[in-house]
Write a protein that binds this ligand. Structure first.
Ligand code: SF4
Length: 81
């Protein structure tokens, strides 16, 4: 899966780095570094990170829409389940 983070939107809140540490990492206090390609095994974690980003800075190809399994994971993450 390919992903892009809009670094103009990103505020360095680091939710994504907590939820998908194999994809996102903080470099210093505010700078996000990430892998633009995520492994298939990262799908659920990536969906949670996308849902959790407070400024919707993460866009990922290949995640299902809101009604699919990844959407369910994203809703659960948003609900705190
Ligand atoms: S959760 Fe969003 S704002 Fe926070 S570091 Fe990740 S991309 Fe940036």
């Amino acid at each position: 899966m390919r992903l892009v983070v809009d670094l103009n939107k990103c505020q360095g809140y680091a939710q994504c780095a907590f939820l998908a540490p194999d994809v996102f990492a903080m470099h210093g206090e505010e700078t996000l570094v990430y892998s633009p390609r995520a492994q298939e095994e990262q799908r659920e974690r990536l969906a949670r990170a996308v849902a959790a980003c407070p400024v919707q800075a993460i866009t990922a190809d290949g995640l299902d829409g809101p009604s699919g399994p990844a959407g369910e994971a994203a809703r659960e993450a948003a609900d705190g389940r």
